[in-house]
Ligand binder design. Structure first.
Ligand code: PLP
Length: 378
């Protein structure tokens, strides 16, 4: 492919930092670089406590344990999302209750949350698709009135903002991903942001195999022992060393991605104006992070032809998400609580265009030109 869909970006000091970690002689978790990453997340985003994990999946699993999800407990989730948003709760015996998305932001339709609440509901999980914020005021208000925890799946949303606050810091917990497809990467990687002081101590214990080892290392207890359930959720220092180099360049990376996003938007806007295809939407008071640029075509057939045409021209464009409610495991472990019309339509019609740090202005223009030509507008 001349223009791949994604290319992992190396900011500069990643290998140097890894060498530093080796020289320091501590390769297991929670050493110098992990602490630097925690500090960066806490200062930059303004969360109470940041804890690196080995994936966003792991962070959502931790949130599920912290929320005390047990057999039959319900969690309200969109169906248009990655499997981990639901699977992390099913692992604890929980039941994902799927609701539809909004046609503009492709995020959970906040007006459907309240009708999905039952006696068994424990949490609601807004997923900020493409780094575009969910309507958090409404979601947090419903959660407050019904005593639910809010677990933000901010896997794609690092440095996006909702009313001036960073995503991942608005719910009880925020879960980030540093998978190589995200804006800021470490191959595999993630973080749990804890925004309520009451959960910090238990989060540290769950992350350290159910032990109070973090307290022991801080000198708060004189030996460490098994005190709760947990698992091994912390990454090696080698991963954190790589990640810290990315964090130091996070603003630069996101600025470039926003620039590329805007180029696409301006070049393809005539498609939206003429009703040929829809483009991403950001509401008032929201700032995106240039994570994904997508188009919504008129039909599945049109999308298949567009992806095929771009492929012939050496450009890789891809679709996203088979809805969870209709997947084999979704049907077995979850249930739906609304019609899924928008989810189903979006899943058939959405196409993501290439977007990565090293992409040049000319690359974006070339992709946009091919898309416009497909619609007979070039
Ligand atoms: C919305 C969403 N949630 C969770 C995840 C899982 O992230 P990870 O691969 O870091 O476990 C992803 C990954 O693509 C995602 O897009």
């Amino acid at each position: 492919m001349d223009i791949p869909f994604n290319k992992p970006f190396v900011a500069g000091r990643e290998l140097y930092n890894i060498a530093q970690a080796v020289v320091r002689g501590q390769l297991a978790g929670d050493g110098y670089f992990t602490r630097r990453c925690h500090g960066w997340l806490q200062e930059k985003l303004g969360c109470t406590k940041a804890l690196l994990t080995h994936s966003c999946t792991a962070a959502i699993e931790m949130a599920s344990i912290l929320a005390d999800i047990g057999p039959g407990d319900e969690v309200i989730v969109p169906s248009f999302t990655f499997v981990s948003t639901a699977n992390a709760f099913v692992l604890r015996g929980g039941v994902p209750v799927f609701i539809d998305i909004r046609p503009d932001t492709l995020n959970m339709d906040e007006t459907l949350v309240e009708q999905a609440v039952t006696r068994r509901t424990k949490a609601v999980v807004p997923v900020h698709y493409a780094g575009v914020p969910c309507e958090m005021n409404t979601i947090c208000d419903v959660a407050r009135r019904h005593g639910l925890l809010v677990i933000e799946d901010a896997a794609q949303a690092l440095l996006s903002q909702y009313e001036g606050k960073y995503l991942g810091t608005l719910g009880t917990f925020g879960c980030l991903s540093f998978h190589e497809t995200k804006n800021i990467i470490s191959g595999e990687g993630g973080a749990l942001l804890v925004n309520d002081e009451r959960f910090v101590k238990r989060a540290e214990i769950i992350r350290e195999k159910g032990t109070d080892r973090a307290q022991f290392f801080r000198g708060e207890v004189d030996k460490y022992t098994w005190v709760d359930i947990g698992s091994s959720y912390l990454p090696s220092e080698l991963v954190s060393a790589f990640l810290f180099a990315q964090m130091e360049n996070a603003e630069r990376i996101v600025a470039k991605r926003r620039f590329l996003f805007d180029l696409y938007y301006n070049a393809l806007r005539p498609l939206q104006d003429r009703g040929c295809a829809r483009l991403p939407y950001l509401g008032k008071g929201m700032a995106g992070n240039g994570h994904i640029f997508y188009l919504i075509t008129a039909s599945l057939e049109e999308r298949t032809r567009l992806i095929g045409r771009l492929k012939e021209r050496g450009i890789l464009a891809v679709f996203h998400y088979v809805p969870l409610h209709s997947s084999p495991a979704g049907r077995k472990y979850g249930r739906v609580s609304s019609t899924m019309r928008v989810t189903e339509e979006t899943s058939e019609r959405l196409v993501r265009l290439p977007l990565y740090f090293d992409m040049g202005e000319k690359d974006v223009q070339r992709v946009a030109h091919e898309v416009m030509a497909f619609y007979g507008l070039a």
